[in-house]
Design a protein. Structure first.
Length: 454
C-alpha cells in the first residue's frame, strides 16, 4: 500500500478530534500518538508511554479502527507500541515501557528465527492459584519433557489470564535446559502476516523451512486463523512436519478447539491429540498475590488497602489488574499525590467508568433498531411483512439473541408471538450476511455500540 502515513494520520486525528468533542482527552491521550507503519492491513501506532498505550487500547481502539476503515475501505488491525523517540521522554513513565513485549513487528517476511521471549514471563513470576493450577502444572511438565509429556499442549482461556505468560515460561525453561534448542514464539496473526509476505515476496520455501525446522513452536491466539483457508492449510503442514519429527507444539486460544468456528476439522482433531487445559479468572486471593508480586518486581510501594481495592474492582482480566496498578502509581508520580484509596478511586473511576456491563432489554433493542429504520416498536410485533420491515425485524431478533439472555421462544413471543424457529432463522441469516457484507456488519456494530453505551 503506498500511502503517505503522516497525511493519513492527520486525517485520522482530524476526524477523531471532531468525534470526541473532548479536547482534554484528545490533546492528552491521542495527539501524542503517531502512525509509524501500515503494512498489509496492520497499522502500528507509536505512543509515548505505557500509560497512554493502555488507555488508548482500552478506550479508543474501536473508534480508531472505524475511522481507518472508513478512510481505507478495509478492516485494519491496530497495534500500539511504546516509542523510544527522545521527543517522548520526560513523562516519568519510560521505565514501564520495558514491560511491553513488542510481538507485532510486521515487517516483510524474514528468514531469521524469532526468539522474542519476554524476560518477565517465567515460571518464577507466575502466581499459581486455583484458577490456573492445572495449566501451570501441565506447562511445567511440558517444559521439563518437551515433545514427551503432552504434544500438542493446548491452553485456552479468556483475555489477559496468563496464556502467553505460560507459553513464554515454557520457552524460557526449555532454553535454560537445552540452550541449543530452536524455540519460536509467534502470534497466529504474525504467522498469517509472514505467510502473506512470503507469498508476496515469493519466499514460500524459506517460510516453510523457517517453521518446519524448529524444536519448539509456541503459537498464540490460534483462533485468529479460523476462516483463513491458506493459513490453516500452511499451519496444518507445519503442525504435521513438527509433530512427526517429534518437536513440541504449544498452542493457545481464547476457547477450546471444538468451539473455534470455521476451524478445519483436521486441525481441530490434531489440537485434541495432546492435552487441553484451561485457565479461569483468578479468585480474590490470587488477584492480591499477583498484585503484590507485580509491585515487588517493579519496586513499587503500594499500601495494602489500595491493593485490596484494585483486586475488588478488577475481577476477570490480569492484564487490566496490572494496568490499574501501574496507572495508580504513574498518576501518583506525575501528580506528586500519595497513593491512597482516594487516588485509586479517582484513577480507576476515570479509566474503568463502568465495571458492570449494562443489561440490555428487548425494549431497548426495538427502540434503537426502530430509530434506525424509522419504525415504531409496534411494527416489529405486527403481522405486516414488507421487505424492509422483515429485514429490520431480523436485525432486531439477531441483536436480541446476541445481547440478551432471553430464550429463543421468549424472543419470538416478544415479536408478536412468532415461533422460535423464526428467531433462529433471523439470527443465522444476519450472522451469515454479516460475514459477506461489511456494511451490514458495520451497521450491527454501530447498533450494538449505541445499545451498550446508552
Ligand atoms: N498467574 C499470573 N501470575 C502473574 N502474572 C500473570 C498471571 N497471569 C497473567 N499474568 C500477567 O497478566 C498479563 C496478561 O497475561 P497474558 O498476556 O499471558 O494473557 P493472555 O491470556 O495471553 O491474554 P490474551 O488472550 O489477551 O493474549 C501479563 O502481564 C502476565 O504476566
Amino acid at each position: 500500500m503506498s500511502i503517505d502515513l503522516s497525511s493519513l494520520w492527520c486525517q485520522v486525528l482530524k476526524i477523531l478530534s471532531s468525534e470526541l468533542n473532548n479536547d482534554m482527552s484528545f490533546n492528552t491521550m491521542l495527539k501524542p500518538a503517531k502512525l509509524v507503519s501500515l503494512d498489509q492491513n496492520i497499522a502500528t501506532v507509536e505512543v509515548p508511554n505505557i500509560f497512554l498505550k493502555q488507555v488508548i487500547e482500552k478506550r479508543y481502539i474501536n473508534l480508531l479502527k472505524d475511522i481507518l476503515r472508513s478512510i481505507l475501505k478495509q478492516d485494519i488491525s491496530i497495534f500500539f507500541k511504546v516509542g523510544d523517540d527522545a521527543n517522548f521522554s520526560g513523562t516519568g513513565l519510560e521505565s514501564y515501557s520495558s514491560q511491553i513485549l513488542d510481538r507485532y513487528d510486521s515487517k516483510s517476511f524474514s528468514e531469521e528465527p524469532i526468539s522474542s521471549l519476554n524476560q518477565k514471563y517465567t515460571f518464577d513470576t507466575f502466581v499459581v492459584g486455583n484458577s490456573n493450577r492445572f495449566a501451570h502444572a501441565a506447562s511445567l511438565a511440558v517444559a521439563q519433557s518437551p515433545a514427551r509429556a503432552y504434544n500438542p499442549f493446548f491452553i485456552y482461556g479468556g483475555v489477559g489470564l496468563g496464556k502467553t505468560h505460560l507459553m513464554h515460561a515454557i520457552g524460557h525453561y526449555i532454553l535454560s535446559q537445552k540452550p541449543n534448542y530452536k524455540v519460536v514464539y509467534i502470534s497466529s496473526e504474525r504467522f498469517t502476516n509472514e505467510l502473506i509476505n512470503s507469498i508476496k515476496d515469493d519466499k514460500n520455501v524459506e517460510f516453510r523451512n523457517k517453521y518446519r525446522t524448529i524444536d519448539v513452536l509456541l503459537i498464540d491466539d490460534i483462533q485468529f486463523i479460523a476462516g483463513k483457508e491458506r493459513t490453516q492449510e500452511e499451519f496444518f503442514h507445519t503442525f504435521n512436519a513438527l509433530h512427526e519429527a517429534n518437536k513440541q507444539l504449544v498452542i493457545s486460544s481464547d476457547r477450546p478447539p471444538k468451539e473455534i468456528p470455521t476451524l478445519e476439522e483436521r486441525l481441530r482433531s490434531r489440537f485434541e491429540w495432546g492435552l487441553i487445559t484451561d485457565i479461569q479468572p483468578p479468585d480474590f486471593e490470587t488477584r492480591i498475590a499477583i498484585l503484590l508480586k507485580k509491585a515487588s518486581m517493579e519496586n513499587l510501594t503500594v499500601p495494602n488497602d489500595v491493593i485490596n481495592f484494585i483486586a475488588t474492582k478488577i475481577e476477570t482480566n490480569i492484564r487490566e489488574l496490572e494496568g490499574a496498578l501501574i496507572r495508580i502509581v504513574a498518576y501518583s508520580s506525575l501528580t506528586n499525590c500519595p497513593i491512597d484509596i482516594n487516588l485509586a478511586e479517582h484513577v480507576l473511576k476515570d479509566i474503568l467508568p463502568d465495571q458492570k456491563p449494562k443489561k440490555i432489554t428487548i425494549s431497548d433493542i426495538l427502540q434503537e433498531v426502530g430509530r434506525h429504520f424509522s419504525l415504531k416498536v409496534d411494527d416489529f410485533k405486527a403481522k405486516k411483512r414488507t421487505k424492509d420491515l422483515a429485514f429490520a425485524r431480523q436485525v432486531a431478533m439477531y441483536l436480541c439473541s446476541e445481547l440478551t439472555d432471553l430464550s429463543l421462544p421468549k424472543i419470538g413471543e416478544e415479536f408478536g408471538g412468532r415461533d422460535h424457529t423464526t428467531v433462529i432463522h433471523a439470527r443465522d441469516k444476519i450472522a451469515q450476511d454479516m460475514a459477506k457484507d461489511p456494511q451490514l456488519s458495520m451497521l450491527i456494530d454501530s447498533l450494538k455500540k449505541k445499545l451498550v453505551q446508552s
